[in-house]
Design a protein around this ligand. Structure first.
Ligand code: SAH
Length: 192
């Protein structure tokens, strides 16, 4: 395995470790609302394929080798820097969102609108970390299939998810969320 490929897997394992305790705790939470559409399921499966299964096939077999390409070393290092950035943003958003996190769109009985920490700057830091990792992936896994499928799946997922999530948050929190939207950007800080 090449160095940049190892960096990719270190990031995936780090994110699993960051998420594991929340995943365990949230199973005890009572949910008030939970929604997931058929379309979102399909995109989630594509994300799993692009973010995990195809990289695994790329790393463990030579089946995808026909689609390899080779970038200059600096591009791999750029991928490493982006991936480290992605993990930091991923960690900080989990620390700030706590038990309000959910893999699909959910509102728990004790849901709290978080507007502090990284959520005081942008509304979707977890999705920002996914953007950064999806952009780093073709630099770390230099293969047209293992490198790009995640990004291709994430682009439609992001726009559909954010639209549905913000609609749900507005229904649950009303003016409080409207006010929060006026103060923050979605994945980049709001310009003055
Ligand atoms: N979009 C956010 C959160 C992703 S997790 C991010 O990218 O960081 C998805 C869940 O987070 C949703 O089901 C919603 O209930 C919850 N959520 C999103 N924004 C929130 C906020 N500001 N405060 C509390 N919960 C939030």
């Amino acid at each position: 395995m090449k160095l940049f490929e190892i960096a990719f897997w270190v990031v995936i394992v780090a994110e699993m470790i960051i998420r594991a305790p929340l995943n365990k705790k949230r199973k005890l939470e009572k949910m008030k609302q939970s929604q997931i559409t058929g379309q979102e399921w399909k995109l989630l499966i594509l994300l799993l394929l692009g973010g995990f299964i195809l990289p695994l096939i790329y790393s463990l077999t030579n089946w995808l080798d026909f689609a390899n390409y080779s970038l200059p070393t600096w591009a791999g290092w750029l991928g490493v820097i982006l991936a480290i950035g992605a993990v930091i943003v991923f960690w900080k958003s989990h620390a700030d969102l706590g038990l309000n996190w959910s893999p699909s769109l959910e509102i728990r009985e004790k849901h709290e609108l978080i507007t502090r920490g990284i959520y005081g700057i942008i509304r979707h830091p977890m999705y920002l970390s996914q953007w950064i990792l999806a952009i780093a992936q073709p630099l770390l896994l230099q293969n047209w299939i293992a490198g790009f499928t995640n990004l291709l799946a994430f682009i439609p997922f992001y726009f559909l998810r954010v639209q549905a999530e913000e609609k749900m948050m507005l229904e649950s929190f009303g003016d409080e969320y409207r006010d929060y939207m006026n103060k923050t950007g979605s994945v980049l800080p709001k310009g003055k």
